[in-house]
Design a protein around this ligand. Sequence first.
Ligand code: GLN
Length: 231
Amino acid sequence: MKSAIVLFPGINRERDMARALEIAGGRKPAIVWHKETELPDVDLVVIPGGFSYGDYLRCGAIAARSPIMRDVIARAEAGVTVLGVCNGFQVLTETGLLPGALMRNADLKFVCRDVHLRVETTGTRFTSAYEQGQVIRVPVAHGDGNYFADAETLKRLEDDGRVVFRYCDADGAVTGEANPNGSIGNIAGVRNDRGNVLGLMPHPEDHVEAVQGSTDGLGIFRSMVAALETA
Ligand SMILES: NC(=O)CC[C@H](N)C(=O)O
């Protein structure tokens, strides 16, 4: 699987992401600076987490207007797989590649801890390595993770099975207490209509090796490798 990680000033998770991609797929990703205008020929484009442009204006809003994003949008529209994690999810909503918005956490506090997620669908190129309803533990670290979509959009997302991950407790129950940021419907990750773009707030790339305390995040990377590895 050939992949590229897009890098903006203020991003800080690109190394974690590169390591996760290499562990799962055996190949180092290309790192592409945001001022570039063209991505290399890749199967996967990743926008990692961090604090692009210091979260000025709105998280991800300035990065979304970087030169490289024109090509990211073009690739996504051509069907190339795109993954956005945390700040990357915020960038994808700011470009319109994913619906909804990430607002300030409901309690107005930065949240940094492990959460549980329920895998809502295994029918995606990002989740085929998991089991339906599987509960995984991964970290979150964000101030603006409060997912919101208007009622019509939300209905479409739910009806079409586009909610890919939901915050839950250790037993898989979707409760208010298990929701770290106030996200509507406990939504932690959504995909686009076509199924080639996924955004999620938690950091699967930080739970891929035993030394990190869990390897629950590896399934996302294994799923992508299984879907995108070309002979
Ligand atoms: N870890 C991250 O990517 C954080 C995203 C963003 N800076 C926020 O605080 O919401």
